[in-house]
Design a protein around this ligand. Structure first.
Ligand code: GLN
Length: 199
């Protein structure tokens, strides 16, 4: 089984661990550089991107995270995690850092006040069967994406799921619905990368 970490500094870590286990991965928490070095792939959870990036700096994880993502480690970010995987943040809090990895510009809290939290039914490329129920909580959207980025889902025109190489991101939270198909898609990406590495 692939070993998939969940960056456990802040946010909905437990829900991701459960969804990954359901998807057939060995799920572990990651708080320290040594723990990061031991995983085959990593989930960056939802929460508050400014807090997660501050803590990642404090824990000495920001540079190691950037290096592993650059080196091709599969990574999946939900909501705040999507913001952290963006190469550019349209409206960063002052000093807000990102890990990067996906050639896109995200806007935080992009769906407006009346719409701080909602559910939407989405077709997500790569997820077979029924549409995915997306839970959006003060969610970001991708305002623009580079040529190498595949758009996997849109909500009312807004880009809410993307993939570039081994990096996957969703503005919504599949870990909150008991539907582990997006985590299964990610686990498959991790498996493929492992197989490729073993050749
Ligand atoms: N609005 C949060 C941020 O900017 C993200 C919210 C979430 O992860 N549910 O980081």
């Amino acid at each position: 089984r692939p070993v998939i970490g969940v960056l456990a500094l802040q946010g909905d870590v437990r829900e991701h661990l459960a969804a990954l286990a359901e998807a057939g991965a060995a799920a572990v928490t990651v708080r320290r550089p040594e723990e990061l070095a031991a995983v085959d792939g990593l989930v960056v959870p939802g929460g508050e991107s400014t807090v997660i990036s501050k803590l990642a700096e404090l824990f000495g994880l920001l540079e190691p995270l950037r290096e592993r993502v650059r080196a091709g480690m599969p990574v999946y970010g939900t909501c705040a995690g999507m913001i952290l995987l963006a190469d550019r943040i349209a409206d960063p809090r002052s000093g807000q850092q990102s890990i990067g990895g996906i050639d896109m510009t995200v806007r935080r809290n992009a769906f407006g006040r009346q719409n701080e939290s909602f559910e939407a039914v989405l077709d997500v490329t790569g997820v077979v069967g029924d549409p995915v129920v997306g839970v959006f909580i003060r969610a970001p959207l991708a305002e623009s994406v580079g040529e190498g980025v595949e758009v996997l889902a849109r909500h009312e025109g807004a880009v809410v799921a993307v993939r570039q190489g081994n990096a996957l991101a969703t503005a919504f939270h599949p870990e909150l619905t008991g539907d582990s198909r997006v985590h299964a898609l990610f686990t498959e990406m991790v498996r493929e990368r492992r197989t490729a590495g073993a050749l």
